[in-house]
Design a binder for this molecule. Sequence first.
Ligand SMILES: Cc1cc2nc3c(=O)[nH]c(=O)nc-3n(C[C@H](O)[C@H](O)[C@H](O)COP(=O)(O)OP(=O)(O)OC[C@H]3O[C@@H](n4cnc5c(N)ncnc54)[C@H](O)[C@@H]3O)c2cc1C
Length: 592
Amino acid sequence: MPDYSAPLDDMRFVLENIVDLPALATLPGFEHAEPEMVYGVLEESGRFFAQEFAPLNQVGDTQHSRRNPDGSVTTPDGFREAYERYVQAGWAGVPFPAEYGGGGFPWLVAIAMQEMLTAANMGFSLCPLLTQGAIDMLLHYGSEEQREVYLPKMVSGEWTGTMNLTEPQAGSDVGALTTRAVPADDGTWRITGQKIFITYGEHDLAENIIHLVLARVPDAPPGTKGISCFIVPKFLLNEDGTPGERNSLECVSLEQKMGINASPTCVMAYEDAVGYVIGEPNEGMRYMFKMMNNARVSVGVSGLSLGERAYQQAVAYAQERRQGRAPGAPKGESSPIVDHPDVRRMLLTMRAQIEALRCLAYLNAESLDLATNHPDEDTRTRAQERADLLTPITKGWGTDLGVELTSLGVQVHGGMGYIEETGAAQHYRDIRIAPIYEGTNGIQAMDMVGRKLPMRAGGVMADHLAAIEDTASELAKGDEELAAIGERLADAHAVLKETTDWLLTNGLSDPNNALAGATPYLRMCGIVTGGWLLARAAQAARDLLDAGEGDADFLNQKLVTARFYAEQLLPQAAGLAPSVTAGPSDLLHASF
Ligand SMILES: Cc1cc2nc3c(=O)[nH]c(=O)nc-3n(C[C@H](O)[C@H](O)[C@H](O)COP(=O)(O)OP(=O)(O)OC[C@H]3O[C@@H](n4cnc5c(N)ncnc54)[C@H](O)[C@@H]3O)c2cc1C
């Protein structure tokens, strides 16, 4: 059974050196989240996830969630019990307000926990992830009564939540949805329509499921301007708030998928189901946009999570498996494959990108926390801008890397990687969905060039570029090793700046210019931002070593990783420039 252990030292290094957890813990509302307490929470939850959920990962993959003839859904063996213990331990509510029974911790802590839970069992982790999205929506836009009725049970995990956007004709184009909501005499609504691909739309883990459903009210304007959001509980509530009569909705089938087999992906049918509008009718899309960042960062983190799990497994396998003789090894003896340069290349490529991704995801989460809790308005605004800019990168680059990292994990295993028994293939199959849902990565790239790049007339991206340039200049003053990293970072910065300028100049005059280059540009942003953050990690490691603090072996490895990234991965950014600036001509002339 493949093991997973939470990479607590690596996580702590990022929390202390790339983001500023101690400073976050001084902000109003986060005072109790002092670093030692947070490390305790991460250590304990990491152990819990590794013990409870990691061993169920392969069980979930082989057994799948199953739909019964009566429409109920049974999750794989062990999931119910593990979920019950998860709820009892209080892990579900860590980032939510204390007034609803949550822990009131920063989102940064939730993201670190999400990293571990998803690595332990991605198929399971989607249940809390979707519930978090639904909680977030109710926190921001639910009425006081709705918050009081639903949130305590959802925050505790006793009830779970879903997000119902997709319909057969409405995927990326959410505005094409046709599910109807008609007002009833008593102020409630009746919802009718079919939703597809609904994650954990039906299951046996919790006593109630709170569906958030996007639908159209009568005379709603067409497209995204006419979308409203409704609470549609599986069981309507009794006067005392307990689940009562069954609502008129059901899971009519489950999809057979490539991966995340434990996660039931449901076709949901609503037939005059009782619903309660959230906020104002026709404002649903605006509400969804507001809370998209959190969900997109979480999905981006799944690339990190499965990359980390695949890496741990690949390292263990490479140390054990013996083949051929590595250069310099004694004659007549086979070497563990970890001694072969090409296997080391794969492992170090994995490690470097995983560490870069962790820095990026945590920085993104910290920006979200600063944007909500910092007392200074200007700081809040800047933090929100940074979160907005980083989110498509975390989601798009993070999940693309997730696929590449898990593929490398398979490759390190050789033929055994292709055989299901090792579990390496499962990570690859599981993560393949992540570039597709929560806005495909093509849509993320369009968001980057169409919405994020133009923020403050390019000013937000200019600030980001300036931060990268500052780090490069700072490193130039360091020792030979840091200066070399700084030099590579300066080159990558120049390329990103040049292509950004090209997009700002040519993309506004002809949107096709920006759309044609959007995906390579998003990747370039990821590669360079990752290089920037690992350069900062190198600098922090050097400072700690010079001060005689920390574990020297651990810190020296940070330098090795950062140098490898700067020298061998960061230069890939320049190779993308021609695709970003090519314009649409070839694409539009091709016939299919
Ligand atoms: C396992 C799984 C779980 C899911 N969970 C949920 C859930 O819980 N709730 C929910 O509501 N939905 C869920 N989804 C749906 C998911 O969010 C959609 O599949 C996704 O948004 C893409 O929509 P689509 O499948 O219709 O693809 P399409 O929109 O048809 O896209 C097909 C391709 O065309 C591209 N494309 C589409 N439009 C454009 C455009 N304007 N410009 C450029 N390229 C474009 C896309 O990038 C993609 O490559 C889930 C899906 C799966 C498979």
